[in-house]
Design a protein around this ligand. Structure first.
Ligand SMILES: Nc1ncnc2c1ncn2[C@@H]1O[C@H](COP(=O)(O)OP(=O)(O)OP(=O)(O)O)[C@@H](O)[C@H]1O
Ligand SMILES: N[C@@H](CCO)C(=O)O
Length: 327
C-alpha cells in the first residue's frame, strides 16, 4: 500500500482550510501505487484525491507536473485537474510533505487489457503528445541514459544477489545504450509512466490518464516504447503481437511515426525496459522488509530487455509494413 506518510484528521482539516472544497466527511489511504502517498477524500462537494509527494518527486518539479495537467485538461485530454488553493498556489504542505489536491477521475484500471484497449491507449498517448507541444514549461528527463547510470551505480554492487551475472550484463547494456541512444528524433512532453494502473476505463472506453509525476521532455517515440513494454507483454513474458499492432496503429492514427522513429523503436524499447528494471531493482534492494508497499519485480523488466535485444525491426512489434514504406 502506498501510504508512506500518514496524516491526522486535524492536520488534514487545517490543510483544507486553504481550499474552497466544502467540509471533509471522510478520507482513506489508497492501497495502490508505489511512488507517492494517495488518499481519497469525500467532502460535502466532489470527491478528491490528495497526494503527498515522496522520495522520487522533487518539489521543484511540481509546477511542471501540475501545470501540465491543467494544460492537457484545457486542451481536451481527460486527466485530473489540480485544485488551486485560495492563494492561487497549486500545492501546499501536509505532514511535512508537499501535497496537492486533484480532481477524482471516474473509471477503473484494467487488470486484463485486450488489443482494443491497447489501441485506445495508443490514441490517448498520441493526443497527449500533440497537446503537450505548446506547453510552455520544460523538464529534462532525469531518468534517461545519465540518470540510469546514476541509479545503476547505487545498485550494481548488489545486483548479483538478484541474479548471477547481472552486474556484467547491465553494465555492458548501459555502455551499448550510451553509445547508440538516438538524439535527433521528434521530442516533446511525454508521460513516461503510462502503465495500466495509470489509464482509466469506463467499460471499454478510455476515461482518462493519471499520474503525470514522471512527465518530462524527451523523445516522443520513447513514450511509445514504454507503452509497448507496459501493455503488450503477457504474464508469462510472451510479447503479444496483436496488442503491439493495435497500440502502434492507435498511436499512428493520431500521430504517425516517421521513419527514423520507427527504426529507433527497438533501441528505445531496450532503454525503457532498462529504465523500469533499474528503478525496480533499486527499490527491491533498498525498501525495508515490512514497508507498506508492494515491491515490483525487477526481473520482469530484465526479461523484456532481453527480448528487445533480439529485435531487429519494428515490424516485430506489430508495426505493419505498408506504414513503414509509406513514411
Ligand atoms: N485523479 C484520480 N482519480 C481517481 N483515482 C486516482 C486519481 N489519482 C490516483 N488515483 C488512485 O490512486 C492510485 C495511485 O495513484 P498514482 O498512480 O498516481 O500513484 P503512484 O504512487 O504515483 O503510482 P505509480 O506506482 O503508478 O507511480 C491509482 O491507481 C488510483 O486508484
Ligand atoms: N510503473 C512503474 C512504477 C512507477 O514508477 C513500474 O511498474 O515499475
Amino acid at each position: 500500500m502506498a501510504v508512506y506518510t500518514d496524516i491526522t484528521e486535524d492536520d488534514l482539516k487545517q490543510f483544507l482550510t486553504e481550499y474552497d472544497v466544502g467540509e471533509l466527511t471522510s478520507y482513506k489511504g489508497i492501497a495502490e501505487g508505489v511512488e507517492n502517498s494517495n488518499f481519497l477524500l469525500h467532502t460535502t462537494r466532489d470527491p478528491l484525491i490528495l497526494t503527498l509527494y515522496e522520495k522520487r518527486t522533487d518539489e521543484r518539479d511540481l509546477p511542471f507536473f501540475l501545470g501540465l495537467m491543467q494544460h492537457l485538461a484545457a486542451g481536451g485530454l481527460s486527466c485530473p485537474l489540480p485544485l488551486p488553493r485560495n492563494d492561487g498556489g497549486l500545492y501546499g504542505t501536509l505532514s511535512g510533505r508537499p501535497a496537492a489536491l486533484i480532481s477524482f477521475l471516474e473509471g477503473m484500471w484494467l487488470r486484463k487489457p485486450e488489443a482494443k484497449h491497447c489501441r485506445e491507449v495508443g490514441k490517448a498517448l498520441a493526443r497527449m503528445h500533440l497537446s503537450g507541444q505548446d506547453f510552455e514549461l520544460t523538464r529534462p528527463n532525469s531518468l534517461s541514459v545519465e540518470g540510469w547510470k546514476t541509479l545503476w551505480e547505487k545498485s550494481a554492487a548488489r545486483a548479483d544477489e538478484v541474479e548471477t551475472g547481472l552486474q556484467e550484463e547491465i553494465s555492458s547494456e548501459l555502455d551499448h545504450l550510451g553509445r547508440n541512444w538516438p538524439k535527433d528524433l521528434a521530442a516533446g512532453v511525454i508521460h513516461a509512466d503510462l502503465f495500466q494502473d495509470n489509464v482509466f476505463f469506463l467499460g471499454d472506453e478510455l476515461s482518462g490518464l493519471i499520474d503525470f509525476y514522471f512527465a518530462c521532455n524527451d523523445l516522443l517515440a520513447y513514450d511509445v516504447s514504454i507503452c509497448l513494454n507496459a501493455w503488450c507483454f503477457e504474464k508469462d513474458g510472451a510479447y503479444n503481437l496483436t496488442k503491439g499492432q493495435a497500440l502502434i496503429e492507435g498511436y499512428q492514427s493520431v500521430r504517425p511515426l516517421d521513419k527514423a522513429e520507427i527504426e529507433a523503436l527497438p533501441i528505445l524499447a531496450r532503454g525503457s525496459a532498462l529504465r523500469f528494471f533499474l528503478t525496480r531493482l533499486y527499490d527491491w534492494l533498498t525498501t525495508p522488509a515490512g514497508a507498506l508497499v508492494v515491491k515490483k519485480d525487477p526481473l520482469e523488466y530484465l526479461r523484456k530487455l532481453r527480448f528487445h535485444r533480439q529485435i531487429t525491426s519494428a515490424t516485430e512489434y506489430g508495426l505493419v509494413e505498408e506504414r513503414l514504406s509509406a513514411s
